[in-house]
Design a protein around this ligand. Structure first.
Ligand SMILES: *Cc1c(COP(=O)(O)O)cnc(C)c1O
Length: 379
């Protein structure tokens, strides 16, 4: 319940509170997540909502993970989980041929972003990433007091040459989202290797592979296989997208022993709950679930692009389970109009792409609802 504003300690002491707050926090705006479905349904007057804004897997978790969740023994909720996801790291180590200590599991990949930045940046340092990419790298850097240098995308992809030019003596980390959220572009293996060769170990390079399992192009690089050649490379993966476990919050990073040993010093133990650890372990071995999901995405993407072509609406069709669409009207207006029809898309003004929306590819029912809502909104 949102309480009535009490006689506030803070308002009575406003000048002192302000003095407590670093300038980089004072100027930082909090991210406001969307409200729960029942609230949104009341607000927009719709009777159900297709959430097409967060790139979740419409097929949900694989069956083995579902069984783990369903059979969870309630008493175990009173026991702390493994503090460092021991069994999951052991399993990941077998799969990738690494040592278990080359992994750090976090409360979503979002949490491990903060681990890396805290481990390497100090006052005056900076990180480099793109202007139109997953925003959390930039946010964590900035609310921690470090500069985020944002290099403009080139033709919807990360601009390697411009990123290399931006490096200065205070640059600690370069973040590359591969494939990029929201544009779906990716660097092929040769391009990523060239980039890493040019960096030559002087900075940490993070390759965020949140959508790795959606890609099947032969030239798409598997970051895990590059770690042996590039000990300054850190790879992110998550269970939120392909594995359908976004609600349990679990993701991880991998890197060379030396680098992960440094990053581990900034980790908060016990941040990953026991159900998430067990479900993730069970989710790992289901190639069929991955193939089914890929097939669904492929079909629905073909359906949506056909419809967009027919309406003459331009789009950016890259990899993974989402696409970017350019509207002839304001994206924030389109968001509100589509919400009234029970279709929730991501408006892209906040990603510095005004008039664009990002659509999660989903079930046919949801895609038909989206197309119908879009048609009404733009005509
Ligand atoms: C979704 C996403 C993540 C983070 O996912 P978590 O749910 O925190 O594991 C990281 N990077 C990109 C590019 C994403 O799209």
């Amino acid at each position: 319940m949102p309480g009535k504003a009490t006689s506030s300690f803070f308002s009575m002491t406003q000048p002192p509170l302000n003095q407590l707050v670093p300038a980089y926090i004072r100027g930082f705006e909090a991210y406001i997540p969307s409200k729960p479905d029942p609230e949104l349904m009341k607000l927009y007057g719709c009777s159900r909502i297709f959430r097409l804004n967060n790139n979740e897997n419409p097929l949900g978790p694989p069956p083995a993970a579902r069984r783990i969740i369903k059979d969870f023994i309630p008493f175990k909720a009173s026991i702390y989980p493994s503090g460092d996801a021991y069994y999951l790291r052991t399993r990941l180590a077998e799969r990738f041929g690494f040592h278990p200590d080359q992994f750090i599991v976090g409360n979503g990949a979002n949490e491990v972003i903060a681990f890396v930045i805290k481990a390497f940046c100090q006052e005056g340092d900076n990180i480099i990433t793109a202007d139109k990419t997953f925003a959390v790298y930039e946010w964590v850097a900035e609310f921690s007091g470090f500069e985020a240098q944002l290099v403009p995308l080139k033709g919807f992809g990360f601009d390697d040459a411009a990123m290399l030019e931006r490096i200065n003596e205070r640059t600690k980390i370069l973040f590359v989202c591969n494939p990029n959220n929201p544009t779906g572009s990716y660097w092929p293996e040769e391009r990523l290797r060239n980039f890493l060769d040019r960096i030559d170990g002087r900075q940490i390079v993070v390759v965020d592979e949140a959508y790795f399992e959606f890609l099947d192009q032969p030239d798409y690089p598997d970051g895990m296989k590059l770690i042996a050649d590039y000990p300054n490379l850190v790879v992110f993966r998550t269970f939120s997208k392909m594995y359908g476990l976004a609600g349990l919050r679990i993701g991880y990073l991998a890197g060379s022993m030396d680098v992960v040993d440094i990053i581990r010093r900034t980790c908060v133990v016990y941040s990953v709950n026991v159900v998430a650890q067990e479900a993730a372990l069970a989710a790992l071995d289901d190639p069929e679930h991955i193939l089914k999901t890929r097939a669904l995405i492929r079909e629905e993407k073909a359906f949506v692009t056909r419809e967009l072509d027919a309406m003459g609406i331009p789009y950016v069709s890259g990899e993974a389970n989402f696409m970017m669409i350019k509207l002839p009207i304001s994206d924030t207006l389109a968001y509100r109009k589509m919400m009234k029809k029970g279709v929730m898309i991501r408006s892209m003004t906040g990603f510095r792409y005004p008039n664009y929306i990002r659509l999660t590819l989903h079930t046919h029912e949801a895609m038909e609802a989206f197309v119908a809502a879009l048609r009404e909104v733009v005509t």
